[in-house]
Structure formats: C-alpha cells, structure tokens
Ligand binder design. Structure first.
Ligand SMILES: [Mn+2]
Length: 341
C-alpha cells in the first residue's frame, strides 16, 4: 500500500475549487455526522456561486436528514449523472468505503478531477490531490480550514456552514469526550458557538432522535454480551431476528457499541451484527490508556488484521462468515495486536 499522506495543501485544493463551476461531493457509504457535515458545509459555502451536488450512498439515518434540513442531497447507489469539473471526496479515501461509486470515481480520477480531504490513517489512491490530517478530530475541521482558505466566513445560523462543521466535530468526538477531542477541537467548537451555532438544537437532532426500536436493539445487544479476555473485552451480537423484532432495519446502531465501555474492567467493546447477505459487520471501540504511554487496545490495528480499519479507538471490519466464526476471528485479531506490557 502506498503511504496515505497529503499530496497537496489547503491552498492547492482551494485553487482547484476556485477553478471549478460544477462540483460533486462524495463521502463514505453509510455516512455519519462528520461525512454529512463535511458535505453540507461545502454545499452551503459554495452555492449558489457554484453548482454543488451532494451524492450519498445510504442508508442515511433520520437524524442526519434532519441535519441536512433544506440542503438537497441525493441518496443513490447509481453514480451521479452529468459531468462535474471537480469531485470532492471527504471523510474517506478508501475504495472499500465508496462502494458502488468506485467505477465512476475511477473514470473521474483518470480525468484528474478528484480532490480529497480525509483524517483517517489508511486509504487508497483515489484522489488526484489530497490533504490528509490524521490529527484533525473531524473532517469538518479540515473543511473549515479549506473554506477559510477560500475566504468564506463561517456562518453560525440555522442550516448554516457552522452547524454542519459543529455537527461533524461533535459526532466524531463523541460530543467532545473521545481522545481525539484536543485543544484545537475545543477552540473551534468555542469559535462556532460564538458565531451562534445552536448546540442544544444540534444535540437534540443528532442524539435525542431515536425510534423506540433503538432501545429494543440496545436491550438485545446488552443481553447478548459475552465477556472475553478476563473481562477486558465485551462482545455483543445482533441477529437478523433482532432487527426484525426492533423494526429498525440495520440503521439505528449508532452508539450501541460504546455502552460496555462504561464497565471498569472493559478495555475494548465489540458489536457484531448479521448482514442480510449472511456476512458479519464488526464495530470495535476501545478506551484510551489510563495515562499517556500506558497500554491500550489499538482497535485500528485489529480492524486492519481483519481487512478493515479506522481510528485507534474506533474501527470496523466486515467478515465473510457467521457470528460465531466472526467472534473467533475478531478475538484472534485483537489478541494479535494487544500490547500486554
Ligand atoms: Mn470523520
């Protein structure tokens, strides 16, 4: 794998945007708050001066659609129609994550039209020019910098650029709790609040907006916990039956994987669920070390062992096999990367 690092600068990307009149914004499939926040911020800042199309591969949860508000988004597995002169890929740089957009993106890459902004440590050669900042708490922080480079003010009003940036920042840091919520993150959050961003409204939209079925899933997930590695790892599973009973489909699992981290002994929490295909999706989370320098579970490394990836404390993978086989594989992957000191 080539090194996944910056091949351009914010000024370089800004130049590409200045020269463009029709921009398509893409992100990873199953977009989260940061992915959508990044796309919304770009749209809100650059229109109507430019034509911007946000093209998402779903599913997209209800709360994220509410976040989008009046900003138009297309949700489709089919590639965009029409020929943009620039494609912006945000919050991912991985072929696996763009799914059904891959073929279309390859033709855009061949035409030299793709620029990328990402804060993940692992990715592929998709963007012709990219800026990668793995220390950025959210991709929306990077979008903010790019927009400021372009001379845009960050408007804090309802359905404005600031809301979109704050939404990505808040959701990617677990509302400013995760280890990635550094001083820069808090400083930008403070600036956005001063611009008038309504964090109470955003919290309600993003975090207090579930259906009753979500609690059914939470109950099933908690009831399924198996304690492994002397109680340092909790593994939960959700079956197709659980999704049927909850009436949620496989769309309302945000946050469930974090629940076992409340337990003192737990260093890593894993949520596995059955896909319709029979494969198993796996989410991994871990606690930061007690003190800096102490050992912790690097779930990004564990995810990579399984062909997935992510951040050191939040990652994911997909396993071709049932829940029992997936559990065996993910535990083996986790054990292979534990620094037991
Ligand atoms: Mn992100």
């Amino acid at each position: 794998m080539n090194e996944y690092t910056s091949t351009s600068t914010m000024a370089g990307l800004a130049e590409r945007i200045r020269a463009a009149s029709h921009i398509v914004v893409l992100t990873h499939r199953k977009p989260d708050g940061d992915a959508i926040g990044s796309a919304l911020a770009i749209f809100r800042a650059l229109t109507p001066a430019k034509q911007v199309d946000i093209h998402l591969v779903g599913p997209v949860g209800r709360s994220l659609m509410e976040l989008a508000g009046g900003t138009p988004v297309t949700i489709s597995d089919e590639p965009p129609t029409g020929e943009p002169d620039l494609v912006m890929l945000v919050d991912t740089g991985s072929w696996a994550q763009v799914g059904p957009m891959s073929t279309w993106l390859k033709t855009q890459r061949a035409a030299g039209r793709v620029i990328g902004l990402d804060h993940h440590p692992v990715g592929d050669e998709i963007a012709n020019e990219r800026v990668i900042e793995t220390t950025a708490a959210s991709c929306t922080l990077m979008v903010r910098e790019l927009l400021m480079e372009l001379g845009h003010d960050i408007d804090g009003g309802r359905d404005g650029v600031g809301e979109a940036i704050f939404a990505g920042l808040a959701t990617d840091t677990g509302w400013f709790q995760h280890s990635n919520a550094d001083a820069r993150c808090y400083a930008v959050a403070s600036d956005l609040l001063q611009q008038g961003v309504d964090r109470i409204r955003l919290h309600r939209i993003l975090e207090l907006n579930a259906s009753p079925g979500k609690l059914v899933l939470l109950g099933r997930a908690l009831a399924s916990i198996r304690w492994e590695l002397d109680g340092r790892c909790a593994i939960m599973r959700l079956t197709g039956r659980d999704f049927d009973d909850a009436g949620t489909g496989r769309q309302q699992m945000e946050g469930l994987v974090n629940e076992p981290l409340r337990v003192a002994s737990v260093e890593a929490s894993i949520l596995m669920y059955e896909e319709e295909s029979g494969a198993t999706k796996i989410s991994l989370r871990s606690k930061p070390p007690r003190s800096s320098g102490d050992p912790f579970f690097d779930v990004s490394a564990a995810g990579r062992v399984m062909g997935g990836g992510g951040h050191v404390h939040a990652s994911g993978a997909r396993f071709e096999g049932d829940l029992d086989a997936a559990q065996e594989a993910v535990l083996a992957a986790l054990c292979s990367v534990i620094d037991d000191g």
